[in-house]
Design a binder for this molecule. Structure first.
Ligand SMILES: *Cc1c(COP(=O)(O)O)cnc(C)c1O
Length: 376
């Protein structure tokens, strides 16, 4: 058996090596290193894939969030609802722009925003909400969109972990993650479900005006060459990364299927373990398994399970061990919402190896060892 990795980017690359190498060398030979034709090509293909009117490529997923907040016209002091149970970037950009995060509890089964808390955390200073489609599953967008329409606030979907995940509305309409709110943002960090070979990101919107604003913000606030109407930043998708992504986009469907197959095998093997809760598939969303995350009923066993698996050369990780509101950098924000569940989840979750190149014997070995741990 080959050694097990949490994420295996190299084996994935080997399968598309010639195609990717050709795409990269084409850029190098073209001499068009900034905003080369590959950027436009990838942007167009992604628009078609996600059925969204505008894709604005940028340098990374954190920039995408920042650009969306800036383009939405938020003012210092405005408040933004977002989960504390997420990667730091989501709340970081809020703090960076002198906005105030209003942390909201997550649903303990889906790990995404608890929609029952929306009205409780709302106050008139709230001008935006950033739901996070965590681990590859959509937050419950229909009630979130209804809430935001009612209160006239901007919705920015953090889709870094859920590209191409589908959400089903109560009337049967299906939309892709990141295309339902005013903005969606994503990351093409190498380990994401659609990963570049370096940093990359994008913003999605169906609104022409917002698209123009976001493009301006990402390009020094420029409306015409050397004319700068607003303060922006420099956040471009690198042409070489666009070339890589344009190749990999064709395989995204296969990559997601491969992840779902691993998840199904894991979940089938673990269903007899009372102490473990396998990922719950909500009726409104499919799951693209950026992470395969288990929840332990007994929080005291989590670290022991991690140590046990690591000793068997099975890498595993916790996303995320410390909630954002308890990070030192965020201590200046007063917390008025109850986040006990978020704090509790951080000590209960564990994510197993999950990537597109997992082998049968590796999956069997991992499930066997997890079962062994709980039989002890
Ligand atoms: C990865 C990630 C980001 C940030 O993306 P970068 O490209 O690393 O800047 C933001 N939000 C979430 C939920 C992420 O997982």
């Amino acid at each position: 058996m080959n050694s097990i990795q949490l994420v295996d980017l190299l084996s994935q690359y080997k399968k598309i090596e010639t195609e990717v190498n050709d795409a990269i060398i084409n850029v190098v030979r073209s001499g068009k290193y900034i905003n080369g034709p590959e950027v436009k090509s990838f942007k167009t293909h992604l628009q078609e894939k996600l059925n969204v009117k505008h894709v604005i490529p940028c340098a990374n997923g954190t920039d995408a969030l920042q650009i969306a907040l800036m383009a939405a016209g938020l003012k210092p002091g405005d408040e933004v609802i977002t989960p504390s149970f997420s990667y730091i970037a989501t709340a970081e950009v809020i703090a960076l722009l002198n906005l105030k995060p209003v942390f909201i509890e997550v649903n303990p089964d889906s790990f995404t925003i608890d929609i029952d808390q929306l009205e409780k955390v709302y106050n008139p200073k709230v001008k935006a909400i950033i739901p996070v489609h965590l681990y590859g599953q959509c937050a419950d967008m229909e009630p979130i969109l209804n809430f935001s329409r009612k209160n006239k606030i901007v919705v920015i979907e953090d889709t870094a972990q859920a590209i191409d995940t589908s959400y089903t509305f109560s009337d049967g309409t299906v939309k892709k993650a990141g295309t339902m709110g005013d903005f969606g943002t994503t990351s093409f960090f190498p380990s994401k479900n659609l990963g570049a070979y370096g940093d990359a990101g994008a913003i999605f919107t169906n609104d022409d005006d917002l698209a123009t604003k976001a493009s301006m913000v990402a390009n020094h606030g420029q409306s015409r060459k050397y004319v700068h109407d607003i303060i922006g930043c420099n956040s471009r998708l690198d042409t070489i990364q666009a070339a890589v992504l344009d190749v990999k986009l064709k395989y995204l469907g296969n990559y997601i299927t491969a992840r779902q197959e691993v998840a199904e095998k894991y979940s089938a093997a673990f269903k007899t373990i009372d102490d473990l809760q396998t990922p719950k598939i909500e009726k409104y969303s499919d799951h693209t398994y950026h992470q395969y995350t288990l929840k332990l009923k007994d929080a005291n066993k989590r670290d022991a399970l991690m140590t046990f698996l690591n000793n068997e050369s099975i890498p595993c990780n916790t996303y995320y061990p410390i909630p954002i509101h308890l990070q030192k950098g965020f201590s200046k924000f007063e917390i008025n919402t109850d986040l006990t569940l978020t704090e509790d989840l951080c000590s209960r979750v564990i994510s197993l190896p999950m990537h597109t190149e997992m082998e049968e014997d590796q999956i069997s070995f991992i499930t066997k060892k997890v079962l062994e741990f709980f039989k002890k």
